[in-house]
Write a protein that binds this ligand. Structure first.
Ligand code: D6G
Length: 792
């Protein structure tokens, strides 16, 4: 390892040890690790080709991979070796880890899920390729100025990405616009614009290096660098038009995963990466197979939400226009290859494009969608339409073109059947299935929480890392006082680590003995961070009114970004920061209640916050959070959940036991009913003196001195509208928080409850989720069972 690092430093970076910066050392370390990855990667690819094995193609607009050094070292079993080698060279492993930019190629849960899935596919030895976009700028960087979010471009690629291999030879033409002519019995698309898609491959190595898959991200290149004739005429803008288009396509990740932007560029991005991926997988198939009609035997294509739903028409287009299949046959074959995962019921997140826009960008695809529609209507008269009221509906398209459609938690899947796709479900009663989300235990326990993971391994061995159900063995330890004390010592260690970081970065001191109550996720009204901050104010009021009531000290920790155009979410951020300014400085309560909101929440921050949490806030309006995966990370790391019966909370509660979960709030069904009553919010708030008082304080400017009207719109909305039903759940939420306080006061009982959470979370490994997809959707297994046995 030491030699490898020095060799990379010298020949890769052209530096000697005495003149090397932290960046140089990190790159050298990364490349030394990458070399080892390659030694697992190439044989995996070779085996897959040799066996003509079926591959999974996971198409996702987002891969929220975060940093990779620690992950890669851990999966290769090389962490200690790297640490020791660096120490001999006078370098600190952890410093290098912290130097890596956080690859934020995603918004939140959907993108992080894709990253967890890649880890599990490799760990399970299932041949797979993740396909996405190599955004030049990932999710924006968040800063707070006077308590308000400001956005700055993220610049992860301003340094070389250490892990990728550029593949200039893997290049496809992606075309847009123009018109279609029909002659010689075929369609001929004459596009107006073309860019090249070029592959960048990152190896993804499973636990203990058993298998290596590829994350292939596409970047756009201009067809010609610039037009010399225009340049020579002095028309510099025209000269670089082609370059500008290419640059734009991969420039930014759209900073919003819940609203459809309606922008032509977004459609181009989606088509760009999907079309490149489909061309790539067909090319690969034809290396080992002759008959394109058998594509489904070698390729399972999964659509991570509707963003890549154009894969259906694109695959049909290539099968018909290039490979000469009949339309009906092509549609059937495409369907056998495709699976679609639905991630949301929120109407604003369901992608639809005006037909005129869609037809302008993808004229041939619009024709094919009409054929798909006609085929569907011929077979199932009255089926819901893809083309409806002048829109192309991507949800319906994805459903109709997939042989399986899955929801991401049991409750969500039921709601998909009952509401979103009820008519399609009636026509295709076996198509919708459930695959509850999961998280990779490698990153989300083993690596992010060494204190706890070391303790667990000491007690039950390290088999749990690749077989998380083994954590069940910890149930036997819930009565073991010594073990519980070690368990709480690990938590305490993580809380101290976090407290030190908060002190260093925010200059705020927090007490590691207080309850750390954490809500980290995108800021959205349905996730109800505003309910949390209102409850914080109510608690503060009570603390001041009854100072002697033996209050449990609490630190309320928030993290998350708001979509730049989402006004209410930005108001919620402002409110949290405003409330923090007042409460944190109140001498009467400052030792009892603190609010911490570090800016720029990302994967790396999550890796520090989650292991330090006592209480996990999963308080969405029931029926709105499809699954959640943060909820799983917290419970796995020994936090108790305060939550509604929403998404995967329902299943988490079943697995850890109702007595170890703080449940409150209306059910999805009750919410739907309650909402039908006009004026429900006003009527409810009038019955809650506690909530009334809080709203009044906000409205009077208690937290916005000098600007009393700042939150008038926000407060008015809660009184008169409250679509996300904060009013209906507020009092119950407040009371349940006090039950949590009470429970936290009994530290031994709390420790047993927390340990029961960890012990019960084995089912939520993304290995289990991927096994479900492999069995129920993809019909794939490990490529090389023998090697797996030998090495595993
Ligand atoms: C990955 C791993 C590399 C392999 C390549 C194959 O980059 O070792 O050669 O994939 O790519 P295809 O030829 O299958 O696209």
């Amino acid at each position: 390892m030491k030699d490898a690092i020095l060799a990379h430093l010298r020949y890769g970076l052209g530096k000697d040890a005495s003149h090397s910066s932290v960046y140089d050392w990190r790159m050298a370390l990364s490349h030394a690790l990458r070399d080892r990855a390659v030694d697992h990667w190439i044989p995996s690819t070779q085996t897959t080709y040799a066996r003509k094995a079926k591959r999974v193609y996971y198409l996702s607009m987002e891969f929220l991979i975060g940093r990779l050094v620690e992950d890669m070292a851990a999966n290769l079993g090389a962490t200690e070796e790297a640490r020791a080698a660096l120490a001999e060279l006078g370098q600190d492993f952890d410093t290098l880890v912290r130097d890596e930019p956080d690859a934020a190629l995603g918004n939140g849960g959907l993108g992080r899920l894709a990253a967890c899935f890649m880890d599990s596919l490799a760990t399970l030895g299932i041949p797979a390729m993740g396909y996405g976009i190599r955004y030049e700028h990932g999710l924006f960087e968040q800063d707070f100025v006077d308590g308000q979010q400001i956005e700055k471009p993220e610049t992860w690629l301003s340094q070389k990405h250490a892990w990728e291999f550029e593949r200039p030879e893997v290049q496809y033409s992606i075309t847009f616009g123009g018109h279609v002519e029909h002659h010689d019995g075929r369609a001929h698309w004459h596009p107006h614009e073309t860019v090249f898609a070029t592959a960048h491959d990152t190896p993804v190595i499973g636990w203990q290096g058993r298998w290596g898959n590829t994350l292939r991200l596409w970047s756009a290149q201009p067809v010609k660098i610039f037009d010399l004739a225009s340049f020579n005429r002095g028309d510099y803008l025209a000269a670089s038009r082609s370059e500008a288009l290419a640059r734009t396509i991969c420039r930014v990740l759209y900073p919003d995963d819940t609203t459809e932007t309606g922008k032509e560029l977004r459609l181009k991005q989606e088509y760009f990466f999907t079309a490149a991926s489909i061309q790539d997988l067909i090319r690969r198939f034809l290396v080992t197979h002759d008959d394109i009609r058998r594509l489904d035997e070698a390729a399972a294509i999964q659509l991570n939400d509707t963003h890549p739903a154009i894969a259906g028409p694109e695959l049909v287009r290539l099968l018909v226009d290039v490979h000469g299949l009949g339309m009906g046959e092509a549609i059937d074959l495409a369907r056998r290859c495709l699976g679609y995962t639905n991630h949301t019921l929120l109407p604003e997140a369901l992608e639809r494009w005006p037909e005129w826009l869609f037809g302008r960008v993808l004229p041939r695809h619009l024709e094919i969608i009409r054929e798909i529609e006609a085929t569907q209507q011929a077979e199932f008269a009255g089926s819901p339409r893809i083309l409806d009221h002048g829109n192309v509906q991507m949800g319906e398209l994805a459903f109709i073109m997939a042989h399986k459609v899955n929801g991401v938690s049991a409750l969500h899947t039921d709601l998909v059947k009952q509401t979103l796709f009820s008519d399609l479900h009636r026509i295709h009663p076996t198509r919708i299935i459930n695959q509850t989300n999961g998280i990779t235990p490698r990153r989300w326990l083993h690596t992010c929480n060494p204190a706890l993971s070391g303790l667990i391994t000491g007690a039950i061995g390290d088999g749990w890392v690749a077989d998380l159900e083994q954590l069940k063995a910890l149930k036997g330890k819930t009565g073991d006082a010594a073990f519980l004390s070690d368990f709480m010592a690990a938590k305490r260690h993580n809380k101290e680590r976090l407290s030190n970081w908060v002190q260093q970065t925010l200059g705020q001191s927090i007490d590691p003995d207080a309850m750390f109550d954490v809500q980290i996720k995108r800021i959205h009204e349905y996730k109800r961070q505003h309910m949390n901050i209102l409850e914080t104010i109510a608690l503060w009021n009570e603390m001041k009114a009854n100072p002697g009531a033996g209050w449990q000290p609490r630190v309320k920790i928030f993290g998350g970004k708001a979509a730049p155009g989402y006004h209410v979410a930005k108001e919620i951020i402002h409110l949290i920061n405003d409330v923090a300014t007042v409460i944190n400085n109140d001498p009467a309560t400052k030792d009892l209640l603190q609010i911490v909101y570090p800016p720029n929440y990302n994967v790396t921050m999550a890796e520090m916050l989650i292991p330090a949490a006592d209480l996990s806030e999963q308080i969405s309006t029931a029926g709105k959070e499809a699954s959640g995966t943060g909820n799983m990370k917290f419970a796995l790391n020994g936090a108790l959940t305060i939550g509604t019966l929403d998404g995967a909370n329902v299943e988490i509660r079943e697995h850890v036991g109702a007595e170890n979960f703080f449940l409150f709030g209306l059910t999805a069904q009750e919410i739907m009913e309650a909402r039908k009553q006009p004026g429900f919010a006003r009527a409810t708030i009038e019955k809650s003196p506690r909530m009334q008082r809080v709203l009044q304080q906000i409205a009077e400017g208690r937290f916005s001195p000098g600007d009393a009207s700042r939150y008038h719109g926000f407060v008015g909305n809660l009184w008169d509208h409250d679509y996300f039903c904060v009013s209906l759940d507020f009092d119950n939420y407040y009371d349940t928080q006090r039950r949590a306080d009470e429970a936290f006061g009994h530290r031994d009982a709390w420790a047993a409850m927390a340990l029961t959470n960890t012990a019960g979370m084995g089912w939520f490994s993304s290995d289990r989720t991927i096994q479900g997809y492999a069995r129920d959707i993809w019909d794939v297994g490990p490529a090389d069972a023998k090697t797996l046995e030998k090495t595993g």
